[in-house]
Ligand binder design. Structure first.
Ligand code: NAP
Length: 473
Protein backbone atom coordinates (compact mmCIF):
# COMPACT_ATOMS: atom_id res chain seq x y z
CA UNK A 1 0.00 0.00 0.00
CA UNK A 2 1.62 3.25 -1.20
CA UNK A 3 0.78 6.39 0.76
CA UNK A 4 1.30 9.76 -0.96
CA UNK A 5 1.65 13.28 0.38
CA UNK A 6 -1.50 15.27 1.09
CA UNK A 7 -1.09 18.80 -0.22
CA UNK A 8 -3.74 21.35 -1.20
CA UNK A 9 -6.50 18.76 -0.96
CA UNK A 10 -4.77 16.30 -3.32
CA UNK A 11 -2.75 13.11 -2.93
CA UNK A 12 0.63 13.78 -4.56
CA UNK A 13 3.36 11.35 -5.53
CA UNK A 14 7.01 12.06 -4.77
CA UNK A 15 10.36 10.58 -5.80
CA UNK A 16 11.08 8.52 -2.69
CA UNK A 17 9.06 6.13 -0.57
CA UNK A 18 10.20 4.28 2.55
CA UNK A 19 8.90 1.05 4.02
CA UNK A 20 6.87 1.35 7.19
CA UNK A 21 7.13 -1.72 9.42
CA UNK A 22 4.95 -2.79 12.35
CA UNK A 23 7.00 -2.54 15.57
CA UNK A 24 5.60 -5.81 16.93
CA UNK A 25 6.32 -8.27 14.11
CA UNK A 26 8.30 -6.13 11.64
CA UNK A 27 5.99 -6.85 8.72
CA UNK A 28 5.83 -4.13 6.07
CA UNK A 29 2.51 -2.31 6.44
CA UNK A 30 2.89 0.52 3.91
CA UNK A 31 5.27 2.52 1.76
CA UNK A 32 5.33 6.11 2.88
CA UNK A 33 6.24 9.15 0.76
CA UNK A 34 9.40 10.97 1.84
CA UNK A 35 8.77 14.64 1.12
CA UNK A 36 11.48 16.54 -0.76
CA UNK A 37 12.39 20.16 -0.04
CA UNK A 38 10.21 21.18 -3.02
CA UNK A 39 7.26 19.18 -1.64
CA UNK A 40 7.50 20.97 1.72
CA UNK A 41 7.60 24.35 -0.06
CA UNK A 42 4.53 23.35 -2.02
CA UNK A 43 2.70 22.37 1.20
CA UNK A 44 3.61 25.65 2.93
CA UNK A 45 2.52 27.68 -0.13
CA UNK A 46 -0.85 25.85 -0.17
CA UNK A 47 -1.37 26.44 3.53
CA UNK A 48 -0.42 30.08 3.08
CA UNK A 49 -2.98 30.57 0.28
CA UNK A 50 -5.67 28.82 2.33
CA UNK A 51 -5.23 31.29 5.22
CA UNK A 52 -7.42 33.74 3.24
CA UNK A 53 -10.27 31.24 3.16
CA UNK A 54 -9.93 30.10 6.78
CA UNK A 55 -9.58 33.61 8.19
CA UNK A 56 -12.94 34.58 6.63
CA UNK A 57 -14.76 31.35 7.48
CA UNK A 58 -17.46 31.98 10.12
CA UNK A 59 -17.05 30.35 13.50
CA UNK A 60 -20.16 28.18 13.10
CA UNK A 61 -18.74 26.69 9.90
CA UNK A 62 -15.36 25.91 11.49
CA UNK A 63 -17.24 24.33 14.37
CA UNK A 64 -19.38 22.28 11.98
CA UNK A 65 -16.33 20.89 10.15
CA UNK A 66 -14.81 19.76 13.47
CA UNK A 67 -18.15 18.34 14.55
CA UNK A 68 -18.41 16.41 11.25
CA UNK A 69 -14.91 15.08 11.82
CA UNK A 70 -15.84 13.80 15.29
CA UNK A 71 -18.89 12.03 13.80
CA UNK A 72 -16.81 10.42 11.03
CA UNK A 73 -14.21 9.25 13.52
CA UNK A 74 -16.90 7.67 15.65
CA UNK A 75 -18.25 5.83 12.59
CA UNK A 76 -14.74 4.60 11.72
CA UNK A 77 -13.66 3.86 15.28
CA UNK A 78 -12.60 0.26 14.51
CA UNK A 79 -10.50 1.28 11.52
CA UNK A 80 -8.85 4.05 13.52
CA UNK A 81 -7.98 1.75 16.43
CA UNK A 82 -6.52 -0.88 14.10
CA UNK A 83 -4.29 1.74 12.46
CA UNK A 84 -2.97 2.74 15.90
CA UNK A 85 -2.44 -0.85 17.01
CA UNK A 86 -0.59 -1.69 13.81
CA UNK A 87 1.69 1.31 13.29
CA UNK A 88 2.47 2.00 16.98
CA UNK A 89 2.08 -1.48 18.57
CA UNK A 90 -0.54 0.13 20.77
CA UNK A 91 -2.56 -2.61 22.49
CA UNK A 92 -6.10 -2.51 21.09
CA UNK A 93 -7.81 -1.52 24.33
CA UNK A 94 -5.45 1.46 24.69
CA UNK A 95 -5.89 2.22 20.99
CA UNK A 96 -9.69 2.41 21.35
CA UNK A 97 -9.21 4.67 24.36
CA UNK A 98 -7.04 6.97 22.24
CA UNK A 99 -9.62 7.08 19.45
CA UNK A 100 -12.35 7.98 21.94
CA UNK A 101 -10.23 10.74 23.40
CA UNK A 102 -9.45 12.02 19.90
CA UNK A 103 -13.19 12.29 19.23
CA UNK A 104 -13.56 14.28 22.46
CA UNK A 105 -10.67 16.56 21.55
CA UNK A 106 -12.25 17.44 18.20
CA UNK A 107 -15.60 17.97 19.91
CA UNK A 108 -13.96 20.32 22.42
CA UNK A 109 -12.36 22.12 19.47
CA UNK A 110 -15.75 22.41 17.72
CA UNK A 111 -17.22 23.98 20.87
CA UNK A 112 -14.22 26.25 21.39
CA UNK A 113 -14.47 27.60 17.82
CA UNK A 114 -17.69 29.35 18.83
CA UNK A 115 -16.34 31.14 21.87
CA UNK A 116 -13.05 32.68 20.84
CA UNK A 117 -13.44 36.25 21.97
CA UNK A 118 -11.62 39.21 23.43
CA UNK A 119 -12.75 41.68 26.09
CA UNK A 120 -13.35 45.36 26.59
CA UNK A 121 -10.94 47.60 28.46
CA UNK A 122 -11.97 50.65 30.57
CA UNK A 123 -9.75 53.25 28.89
CA UNK A 124 -10.66 55.98 31.39
CA UNK A 125 -8.69 54.09 34.03
CA UNK A 126 -5.73 56.09 32.78
CA UNK A 127 -5.71 59.92 32.65
CA UNK A 128 -5.97 60.82 28.98
CA UNK A 129 -7.98 57.71 28.18
CA UNK A 130 -11.37 59.40 28.58
CA UNK A 131 -13.80 59.27 25.70
CA UNK A 132 -12.27 56.17 24.17
CA UNK A 133 -13.78 52.72 23.70
CA UNK A 134 -11.34 49.85 23.56
CA UNK A 135 -11.84 46.20 22.82
CA UNK A 136 -9.63 43.25 21.99
CA UNK A 137 -10.15 40.46 19.51
CA UNK A 138 -8.26 37.22 18.94
CA UNK A 139 -7.12 36.72 15.35
CA UNK A 140 -5.70 33.56 13.78
CA UNK A 141 -1.91 33.52 13.35
CA UNK A 142 -1.92 32.07 9.82
CA UNK A 143 0.02 28.92 8.97
CA UNK A 144 0.84 26.62 11.88
CA UNK A 145 3.63 24.03 11.54
CA UNK A 146 2.69 20.99 13.64
CA UNK A 147 5.31 18.33 14.43
CA UNK A 148 4.09 15.29 16.34
CA UNK A 149 5.54 12.20 18.08
CA UNK A 150 4.82 8.50 17.64
CA UNK A 151 3.18 7.74 20.96
CA UNK A 152 -0.31 9.27 20.52
CA UNK A 153 -0.51 9.60 16.75
CA UNK A 154 -4.19 10.55 16.75
CA UNK A 155 -4.89 12.47 19.92
CA UNK A 156 -1.71 14.55 19.98
CA UNK A 157 -2.31 15.47 16.35
CA UNK A 158 -5.87 16.41 17.37
CA UNK A 159 -4.45 18.70 20.07
CA UNK A 160 -2.78 20.71 17.31
CA UNK A 161 -5.09 20.39 14.30
CA UNK A 162 -8.31 20.83 16.32
CA UNK A 163 -7.45 24.18 17.99
CA UNK A 164 -5.71 25.43 14.83
CA UNK A 165 -8.85 24.97 12.73
CA UNK A 166 -11.10 26.19 15.54
CA UNK A 167 -9.14 29.46 15.53
CA UNK A 168 -9.17 29.84 11.72
CA UNK A 169 -5.56 28.88 11.04
CA UNK A 170 -4.17 26.49 8.43
CA UNK A 171 -1.75 23.65 9.14
CA UNK A 172 1.23 21.86 7.68
CA UNK A 173 1.49 18.65 9.68
CA UNK A 174 4.64 16.52 9.93
CA UNK A 175 3.78 13.29 11.78
CA UNK A 176 6.41 10.99 13.31
CA UNK A 177 7.99 8.67 10.71
CA UNK A 178 6.84 5.58 12.62
CA UNK A 179 3.18 6.69 12.77
CA UNK A 180 2.17 8.54 9.60
CA UNK A 181 -0.94 6.44 8.82
CA UNK A 182 -3.06 8.04 11.54
CA UNK A 183 -2.39 11.52 10.12
CA UNK A 184 -3.07 10.46 6.54
CA UNK A 185 -6.33 8.90 7.74
CA UNK A 186 -7.18 12.21 9.43
CA UNK A 187 -6.56 14.06 6.15
CA UNK A 188 -9.10 11.81 4.38
CA UNK A 189 -11.67 12.37 7.10
CA UNK A 190 -11.19 16.14 7.25
CA UNK A 191 -11.67 16.45 3.49
CA UNK A 192 -14.92 14.50 3.86
CA UNK A 193 -15.85 16.73 6.81
CA UNK A 194 -15.71 19.78 4.54
CA UNK A 195 -12.32 21.37 5.29
CA UNK A 196 -11.24 23.55 2.34
CA UNK A 197 -8.24 22.44 0.24
CA UNK A 198 -4.92 23.63 1.66
CA UNK A 199 -6.19 24.13 5.21
CA UNK A 200 -4.52 20.87 6.25
CA UNK A 201 -1.44 19.51 4.49
CA UNK A 202 0.35 16.35 5.61
CA UNK A 203 4.01 16.01 4.70
CA UNK A 204 5.60 12.73 5.68
CA UNK A 205 9.34 12.16 5.67
CA UNK A 206 12.46 12.71 7.71
CA UNK A 207 12.27 14.86 10.81
CA UNK A 208 15.37 16.76 9.83
CA UNK A 209 14.40 17.60 6.22
CA UNK A 210 10.73 18.38 6.74
CA UNK A 211 11.05 19.65 10.31
CA UNK A 212 13.92 22.04 9.60
CA UNK A 213 12.06 23.61 6.71
CA UNK A 214 8.91 24.11 8.71
CA UNK A 215 10.87 25.65 11.55
CA UNK A 216 12.80 28.10 9.37
CA UNK A 217 10.25 29.11 6.69
CA UNK A 218 8.98 32.67 7.32
CA UNK A 219 5.49 31.86 6.04
CA UNK A 220 4.98 29.62 9.06
CA UNK A 221 3.91 31.75 12.03
CA UNK A 222 4.04 29.17 14.79
CA UNK A 223 5.58 25.79 15.47
CA UNK A 224 3.68 23.52 17.78
CA UNK A 225 5.92 20.60 18.66
CA UNK A 226 5.43 17.54 20.81
CA UNK A 227 8.40 15.24 21.17
CA UNK A 228 11.74 14.77 22.83
CA UNK A 229 13.59 17.52 24.72
CA UNK A 230 16.61 17.32 22.39
CA UNK A 231 14.62 18.02 19.24
CA UNK A 232 12.49 20.60 21.08
CA UNK A 233 15.58 22.54 22.14
CA UNK A 234 16.99 22.58 18.61
CA UNK A 235 13.63 23.81 17.25
CA UNK A 236 13.60 26.65 19.79
CA UNK A 237 17.08 27.67 18.74
CA UNK A 238 16.22 27.74 15.02
CA UNK A 239 12.73 29.25 15.18
CA UNK A 240 13.78 32.90 15.55
CA UNK A 241 10.77 35.07 16.38
CA UNK A 242 8.18 32.45 15.48
CA UNK A 243 5.83 31.51 18.24
CA UNK A 244 6.83 28.10 19.61
CA UNK A 245 4.98 25.67 21.84
CA UNK A 246 7.02 22.74 23.13
CA UNK A 247 5.44 19.72 24.79
CA UNK A 248 8.42 17.61 25.84
CA UNK A 249 9.32 14.70 28.09
CA UNK A 250 9.46 13.99 31.79
CA UNK A 251 10.33 11.44 34.48
CA UNK A 252 7.03 11.83 36.30
CA UNK A 253 6.68 10.86 39.92
CA UNK A 254 4.08 10.14 42.57
CA UNK A 255 4.35 10.38 46.36
CA UNK A 256 2.45 7.80 48.42
CA UNK A 257 1.92 8.99 51.98
CA UNK A 258 1.26 6.80 55.00
CA UNK A 259 -2.38 5.81 55.54
CA UNK A 260 -3.68 5.82 51.96
CA UNK A 261 -5.91 2.98 50.66
CA UNK A 262 -3.52 0.73 48.76
CA UNK A 263 -6.35 -1.25 47.16
CA UNK A 264 -7.11 1.82 45.08
CA UNK A 265 -3.63 3.28 44.76
CA UNK A 266 -1.64 0.28 43.56
CA UNK A 267 -3.71 -0.70 40.47
CA UNK A 268 -3.76 2.95 39.43
CA UNK A 269 0.05 3.14 39.77
CA UNK A 270 0.54 -0.12 37.83
CA UNK A 271 -1.61 1.26 35.01
CA UNK A 272 0.24 4.59 35.03
CA UNK A 273 3.63 2.91 34.85
CA UNK A 274 2.98 0.33 32.13
CA UNK A 275 0.16 1.64 29.94
CA UNK A 276 1.39 1.69 26.32
CA UNK A 277 4.71 0.26 27.49
CA UNK A 278 5.49 3.40 29.48
CA UNK A 279 5.77 5.38 26.23
CA UNK A 280 3.62 8.20 27.56
CA UNK A 281 5.04 11.65 28.34
CA UNK A 282 3.42 11.54 31.80
CA UNK A 283 4.09 7.85 32.36
CA UNK A 284 4.68 7.05 36.01
CA UNK A 285 8.44 6.50 36.28
CA UNK A 286 9.24 7.22 39.95
CA UNK A 287 7.18 6.12 42.97
CA UNK A 288 8.18 7.40 46.41
CA UNK A 289 6.40 5.42 49.14
CA UNK A 290 6.26 6.19 52.86
CA UNK A 291 8.42 3.72 54.78
CA UNK A 292 5.47 2.46 56.85
CA UNK A 293 3.77 1.14 53.69
CA UNK A 294 6.80 0.34 51.60
CA UNK A 295 7.13 -3.47 52.01
CA UNK A 296 3.43 -4.11 51.42
CA UNK A 297 3.28 -1.66 48.51
CA UNK A 298 6.22 -3.32 46.74
CA UNK A 299 4.94 -6.85 47.28
CA UNK A 300 1.48 -6.10 45.90
CA UNK A 301 2.79 -3.90 43.09
CA UNK A 302 5.15 -6.64 41.89
CA UNK A 303 2.39 -9.25 42.08
CA UNK A 304 0.09 -7.10 39.93
CA UNK A 305 2.89 -6.29 37.50
CA UNK A 306 3.68 -9.96 36.95
CA UNK A 307 -0.01 -10.60 36.16
CA UNK A 308 -0.06 -8.16 33.20
CA UNK A 309 -0.55 -9.86 29.84
CA UNK A 310 2.31 -9.24 27.47
CA UNK A 311 2.18 -9.81 23.69
CA UNK A 312 0.51 -8.98 20.38
CA UNK A 313 -1.08 -5.49 20.32
CA UNK A 314 -3.97 -6.83 18.23
CA UNK A 315 -4.91 -9.29 21.01
CA UNK A 316 -7.61 -7.64 23.13
CA UNK A 317 -6.16 -9.12 26.35
CA UNK A 318 -2.69 -7.62 25.86
CA UNK A 319 -1.65 -4.86 28.25
CA UNK A 320 2.04 -4.53 27.38
CA UNK A 321 3.37 -4.97 23.82
CA UNK A 322 6.45 -4.02 21.82
CA UNK A 323 8.55 -0.93 22.30
CA UNK A 324 8.66 1.32 19.28
CA UNK A 325 12.12 0.13 18.17
CA UNK A 326 14.80 -2.46 18.87
CA UNK A 327 17.12 0.41 19.80
CA UNK A 328 14.76 1.40 22.60
CA UNK A 329 14.75 -2.16 23.94
CA UNK A 330 18.54 -2.22 24.08
CA UNK A 331 18.68 1.25 25.64
CA UNK A 332 16.22 0.14 28.32
CA UNK A 333 18.25 -2.98 29.12
CA UNK A 334 21.44 -0.88 29.33
CA UNK A 335 19.76 1.58 31.70
CA UNK A 336 18.48 -1.25 33.91
CA UNK A 337 22.01 -2.73 34.00
CA UNK A 338 23.44 0.67 34.95
CA UNK A 339 21.00 0.95 37.87
CA UNK A 340 21.79 -2.58 39.06
CA UNK A 341 25.51 -1.76 38.82
CA UNK A 342 24.85 1.11 41.23
CA UNK A 343 23.07 -1.06 43.79
CA UNK A 344 19.45 -1.13 42.58
CA UNK A 345 17.42 -4.35 42.74
CA UNK A 346 15.17 -5.66 39.95
CA UNK A 347 11.96 -6.93 41.57
CA UNK A 348 10.05 -7.76 38.35
CA UNK A 349 10.85 -7.98 34.63
CA UNK A 350 14.25 -6.75 33.54
CA UNK A 351 14.35 -8.96 30.43
CA UNK A 352 13.13 -8.68 26.83
CA UNK A 353 11.71 -11.00 24.16
CA UNK A 354 12.01 -9.51 20.68
CA UNK A 355 10.85 -5.92 20.95
CA UNK A 356 8.84 -6.60 24.10
CA UNK A 357 10.45 -5.50 27.37
CA UNK A 358 8.77 -7.21 30.31
CA UNK A 359 7.24 -4.69 32.72
CA UNK A 360 10.08 -3.89 35.06
CA UNK A 361 10.09 -2.80 38.70
CA UNK A 362 13.34 -1.57 40.27
CA UNK A 363 13.95 -0.82 43.96
CA UNK A 364 16.53 1.22 45.89
CA UNK A 365 17.46 3.26 42.84
CA UNK A 366 20.11 6.01 43.27
CA UNK A 367 18.94 9.47 42.09
CA UNK A 368 21.67 9.91 39.52
CA UNK A 369 21.20 6.77 37.39
CA UNK A 370 19.37 7.13 34.08
CA UNK A 371 16.20 5.21 35.02
CA UNK A 372 15.70 7.86 37.68
CA UNK A 373 17.00 11.14 36.27
CA UNK A 374 16.38 10.72 32.51
CA UNK A 375 13.10 10.04 30.73
CA UNK A 376 12.90 6.24 30.50
CA UNK A 377 10.01 5.99 27.98
CA UNK A 378 9.71 2.23 28.51
CA UNK A 379 7.81 -0.10 30.90
CA UNK A 380 10.20 0.57 33.80
CA UNK A 381 9.25 2.04 37.15
CA UNK A 382 11.28 2.61 40.30
CA UNK A 383 9.90 2.36 43.84
CA UNK A 384 11.96 4.03 46.55
CA UNK A 385 11.32 4.50 50.26
CA UNK A 386 10.75 7.93 51.87
CA UNK A 387 10.50 8.97 55.51
CA UNK A 388 8.10 11.88 54.91
CA UNK A 389 6.09 13.72 52.25
CA UNK A 390 8.63 16.57 52.50
CA UNK A 391 11.40 14.19 51.44
CA UNK A 392 9.17 13.00 48.58
CA UNK A 393 8.62 16.56 47.36
CA UNK A 394 12.37 17.18 47.33
CA UNK A 395 12.94 14.03 45.30
CA UNK A 396 10.18 14.84 42.81
CA UNK A 397 11.65 18.33 42.32
CA UNK A 398 15.19 17.00 41.95
CA UNK A 399 14.69 16.61 38.21
CA UNK A 400 15.42 18.54 35.04
CA UNK A 401 11.78 17.88 34.08
CA UNK A 402 8.48 19.19 35.43
CA UNK A 403 5.40 18.05 33.53
CA UNK A 404 2.95 16.63 36.10
CA UNK A 405 3.31 15.05 39.56
CA UNK A 406 0.97 13.17 41.85
CA UNK A 407 0.55 12.78 45.59
CA UNK A 408 -1.63 10.35 47.50
CA UNK A 409 -2.34 11.57 51.01
CA UNK A 410 -5.27 11.73 53.41
CA UNK A 411 -3.81 14.87 55.01
CA UNK A 412 -5.17 18.05 53.45
CA UNK A 413 -2.28 20.18 54.73
CA UNK A 414 0.31 17.93 53.12
CA UNK A 415 -1.74 17.89 49.91
CA UNK A 416 -1.87 21.69 49.77
CA UNK A 417 1.82 21.99 50.69
CA UNK A 418 2.63 19.64 47.80
CA UNK A 419 0.43 21.68 45.45
CA UNK A 420 2.44 24.78 46.45
CA UNK A 421 5.88 23.25 46.34
CA UNK A 422 5.93 20.78 43.46
CA UNK A 423 7.63 22.47 40.52
CA UNK A 424 5.56 21.06 37.65
CA UNK A 425 2.86 22.13 35.18
CA UNK A 426 0.13 20.12 36.93
CA UNK A 427 -0.29 18.60 40.41
CA UNK A 428 -2.65 15.63 40.78
CA UNK A 429 -3.83 15.16 44.37
CA UNK A 430 -4.89 11.61 45.12
CA UNK A 431 -4.02 10.51 41.61
CA UNK A 432 -1.07 9.52 39.45
CA UNK A 433 0.72 12.13 37.30
CA UNK A 434 -0.54 10.25 34.24
CA UNK A 435 -4.06 11.69 34.59
CA UNK A 436 -5.12 13.82 31.65
CA UNK A 437 -8.39 14.79 30.02
CA UNK A 438 -8.38 16.87 26.91
CA UNK A 439 -9.76 20.23 27.96
CA UNK A 440 -7.46 20.79 30.94
CA UNK A 441 -4.37 22.99 30.55
CA UNK A 442 -1.47 20.69 29.92
CA UNK A 443 2.23 21.40 29.63
CA UNK A 444 5.45 21.57 31.56
CA UNK A 445 8.09 23.68 33.24
CA UNK A 446 11.88 23.25 33.11
CA UNK A 447 12.97 20.84 30.33
CA UNK A 448 9.41 19.56 29.93
CA UNK A 449 8.63 22.46 27.66
CA UNK A 450 6.82 25.75 27.29
CA UNK A 451 3.27 26.78 26.44
CA UNK A 452 0.08 24.88 27.15
CA UNK A 453 -2.19 22.54 25.24
CA UNK A 454 -5.73 21.52 26.16
CA UNK A 455 -8.04 22.95 23.55
CA UNK A 456 -8.87 26.38 24.99
CA UNK A 457 -5.26 26.97 26.00
CA UNK A 458 -3.92 25.89 22.62
CA UNK A 459 -6.37 28.27 20.95
CA UNK A 460 -4.85 31.09 23.03
CA UNK A 461 -1.37 30.12 21.85
CA UNK A 462 -2.57 29.93 18.24
CA UNK A 463 -4.18 33.37 18.14
CA UNK A 464 -2.89 36.93 18.32
CA UNK A 465 -4.49 39.52 20.54
CA UNK A 466 -5.44 42.65 18.63
CA UNK A 467 -6.46 45.90 20.32
CA UNK A 468 -8.94 48.34 18.78
CA UNK A 469 -9.29 51.81 20.33
CA UNK A 470 -12.17 54.04 19.16
CA UNK A 471 -11.71 57.73 19.89
CA UNK A 472 -15.08 59.40 20.52
CA UNK A 473 -13.65 62.79 21.53
P1 NAP B 1 11.06 12.82 18.67
O1 NAP B 1 12.06 11.83 18.24
O2 NAP B 1 11.53 14.10 19.26
O3 NAP B 1 10.16 13.12 17.38
C1 NAP B 1 9.06 13.97 17.44
C2 NAP B 1 8.83 14.57 16.06
O4 NAP B 1 9.91 15.43 15.73
C3 NAP B 1 8.76 13.52 14.95
O5 NAP B 1 7.80 13.89 14.01
C4 NAP B 1 10.15 13.61 14.37
O6 NAP B 1 10.24 13.14 13.05
C5 NAP B 1 10.39 15.10 14.42
N1 NAP B 1 11.80 15.51 14.30
C6 NAP B 1 12.91 14.75 14.46
N2 NAP B 1 14.02 15.51 14.24
C7 NAP B 1 13.58 16.77 13.97
C8 NAP B 1 14.23 18.00 13.67
N3 NAP B 1 15.56 18.11 13.63
N4 NAP B 1 13.48 19.09 13.45
C9 NAP B 1 12.12 19.02 13.52
N5 NAP B 1 11.45 17.88 13.78
C10 NAP B 1 12.17 16.77 14.01
O7 NAP B 1 10.03 12.19 19.72
P2 NAP B 1 9.33 10.76 19.69
O8 NAP B 1 10.35 9.72 19.98
O9 NAP B 1 8.48 10.63 18.46
O10 NAP B 1 8.32 10.93 20.92
C11 NAP B 1 8.69 10.68 22.23
C12 NAP B 1 8.96 11.97 22.98
O11 NAP B 1 7.83 12.81 22.92
C13 NAP B 1 9.19 11.72 24.47
O12 NAP B 1 10.22 12.53 24.93
C14 NAP B 1 7.86 12.13 25.09
O13 NAP B 1 7.92 12.50 26.44
C15 NAP B 1 7.50 13.28 24.23
N6 NAP B 1 6.07 13.53 24.35
C16 NAP B 1 5.66 14.64 25.04
C17 NAP B 1 4.29 14.89 25.19
C18 NAP B 1 3.79 16.11 25.91
O14 NAP B 1 2.63 16.48 25.69
N7 NAP B 1 4.57 16.75 26.76
C19 NAP B 1 3.37 14.00 24.67
C20 NAP B 1 3.84 12.88 23.99
C21 NAP B 1 5.19 12.67 23.83
P3 NAP B 1 10.80 11.64 12.73
O15 NAP B 1 9.84 10.71 13.38
O16 NAP B 1 10.78 11.60 11.27
O17 NAP B 1 12.16 11.57 13.35
Amino acid sequence: MKKDLYINGEWLKTDHYTELRAPYDHRVIAEIASASVADVHHAIASADRATKVMRKMPAHQRAQILENLAILLREKRDEAATILATEAAKPLTTAYAEVDRTIQTYKFAAEEAKRIHGETLPMDAAPGGEGRVAYMVREPLGVIGAITPFNFPMNLVAHKVGPAIAAGNTVVLKPASQTPLSSLFLAELLAEAGLPAGALNVVTGSGRTVGDQLVTDPRIKMITFTGSPGVGTSIRQKAGLKRVTLELGSNSAVIVDNGVPLDKVIPRCVGGAFSFQGQVCISLQRIYVHEALYEEFVERFVEQTNALKVGDPLDKETFVSALISQGDVQRSLDWIAEAVGQGAVVAAGGTAEGNVLHPTVILNVPVDVKVSCQEVFAPIVLINKIASVEEGIELVNDSRFGLQAGIYTENVHKALDAADELHVGGVMINDIPTFRVDHMPYGGVKDSGMGREGVRFAVEEMTELKLVVFNRN
